[in-house]
Design a protein around this ligand. Sequence first.
Ligand SMILES: [Zn+2]
Length: 417
Amino acid sequence: MNQCILLKSVLHQGKVVDILIENNRFKKIAESIEPPLGATVISCKDKAILPPFYNAHTHAAMTLFRGYADDMPLMRWLSEYIWPLEGKLDAEAIEAGTRLAILEMIKSGTVFFSDMYWFREASIKPVEEMGVRAAIGVTFAEVLANDAAPNFKFLRDHYKDYSDRVQLAVMPHAIYTVGEKLLRECADIAEELDLKFHIHLAETEGEETRSLTSTQGKSPVRYLESLGVLSPRVIAAHAIHVSAEDIALLREKNVTVVHNPASNMKLSSGIFPMPGMLRAGVKIALGTDGAASNNNLDMRESMKFATLLAKVAYQDPELLPAASIFDMATVNGAQAYGIDAGVIAEGKLADAILLDLNNERFVPNYNLISNWVYSADSRAIATVICNGKILMQNGYVEGEEEIIAHAKETVARLLRL
Ligand SMILES: [Zn+2]
């Protein structure tokens, strides 16, 4: 029998309607729908429905490093603090950290994340169990692990093994941690298996300088282009230190870039060139980056950071209006990873959040998206739905107490090692 959820009297694009979800898709949106036999009916009086967030760049298990080291430059932060502690991580810790991350994401309205990390099977398990979507990275970094062969084998053996909510993705860490030959091989296997290719790119000035000196004057973007790597399957995190020519190239090759405003500001990596990217028509999605450099995975907060950062950096109050950053945080992220969702419409995958319009930050409600981007916080999220299943109802996620207790125990264990 078909699984049905009927959302009764929900505010959708300025009108109160009924929305029927059948299995994992929105089946019908109409003024009034009779509940099919056996349907779960949810009364949505004073609730609004919106697409949830698609976090296009993060490192989920790094929730375990939240607040461990702050207020220093990227390379020092990585080499003196993050990498040594990461060295102690095992599969059990990654699973506990990923579970904590997913809990935080569900509670803040995110149903998908792109995860560049280690021990992919330990990350996939909580994704499958907790009902969210993810692109799980098979991560390459020659500075940390010289032998890429097991990664390629894993991709070939397992890329079709998971549910329709989980995709494997090829994730070379960055151009300064992965050499030329391996970058090409990563692009080849992504092409062969039809997977996304996700990389940190042009994040810091140091990366740009290094690229210019070690590749006979090529910028990070130009360097990847010279390797034949850039294509519509490439999703580049950060893309801060880019020239007008680089931006034109990103557009020409149909690359999606992921803006991570909180991480970029906290690590002082630089300012994302929003006007140039928008003018060129580059596809832009939004990410939080890891909780070690943010320090949370709250996409709503990142929307506000992104738009305020753009306005102050470019002295233009009209730059990046609420509706534009909302699209980047929702439908653009879904599209970048090939997920047929991110809008509430008949036929689309049934991913949604229900917002409580009696929350004080939604009063008055002249403009729902404006309130959501600039005023509200996660407390207003009553319900989270992913793939036609309810993941959070009345603010509660099943098993949340155990997830938090286990994350605390895991951190205590890691610090003892
Ligand atoms: Zn990152």
